[in-house]
Design a protein around this ligand. Structure first.
Ligand code: GTP
Ligand code: MG
Length: 205
């Protein structure tokens, strides 16, 4: 994708600050520090989102517009990098502690085409992740679970971890990824392009 271009659009700390609905949106969700911003940077191939080893780095919803081929045309899709939830806290902190603007975003954003839910392959399945996934299913939001930081495990450990995550999250489809090595990048781009195209056909025609 030599002509792909992704650029920062705006940050929102309140629904009134969400940008007008435009191209299909892909949102990154997951616990604080799981690697949402890193995943976006890996997809973009360049550091556009802020990354930190301290949980809670991303405090606003940060929007990025992406041109996948022709820069003179309107953007093909938009990325939304979200703040994380419930780092090492009780599962009920998931929605209680989550800034009040995230749930409205997930529930009402008409152009939200796909939610990418990140889980860390290095930690056992988390209740807060299962809770989010149940919520997404109940709201009928399309989502894909991405199991990230695979570079930290041996092939054997990774196989076991993916098996445990699939079982705990009742996830048939789970895409392994590493933002460090970019493993999984072309597969994830394929899913994203497919989701954006399908969404444009059915919702934005
Ligand atoms: N080894 C490895 N480290 C990663 C990977 N992805 C992210 N990290 C590290 O994990 C830490 C958190 O990354 P972020 O991308 O800031 O995580 P986040 O989910 O955006 O965090 P918040 O914005 O605080 O919710 C950083 O130290 C990253 O370098 C990965 O695939 N492999
Ligand atoms: Mg972040």
């Amino acid at each position: 994708m030599p002509t792909m271009h992704i650029s920062f659009l705006t940050s929102a700390a309140h629904p009134s600050q969400f940008p007008g609905e435009g191209p299909p949106e892909i949102a990154f969700l997951g616990r604080s520090n799981v690697g949402k911003s890193s995943l976006l940077n890996s997809l973009a191939g360049t550091p556009i989102a802020r990354v930190s080893s301290t949980p809670g780095r991303t405090r606003t919803i940060n929007f990025f517009d992406a041109h996948l081929s022709r820069p003179e045309r309107p953007p093909d899709l938009r990325f939304a990098d979200l703040p994380g939830y419930g780092y090492a806290r009780l599962p009920k902190a998931l929605l209680a502690g989550w800034p009040k603007f995230i749930e409205p975003y997930l529930e009402h954003r008409a152009t939200l085409a796909l939610c990418i839910v990140l889980v860390d392959v290095n930690v056992p399945p988390q209740k807060s992740d299962a809770q989010l996934i149940r919520w997404m299913r109940a709201k009928e939001r399309p989502f894909l679970i991405v199991a990230t930081k695979t570079d930290r495990l041996s092939a054997n450990q990774l196989r076991n971890s993916l098996r445990d995550l699939r079982a705990a999250l009742a996830a048939g489809d789970l895409l392994p990824y590493s933002a460090r090595t970019d493993a999984g990048r072309s597969e994830l781009w394929r899913v994203i392009r497919h989701a954006a195209r399908g969404f444009s056909r059915t919702h934005l025609a």
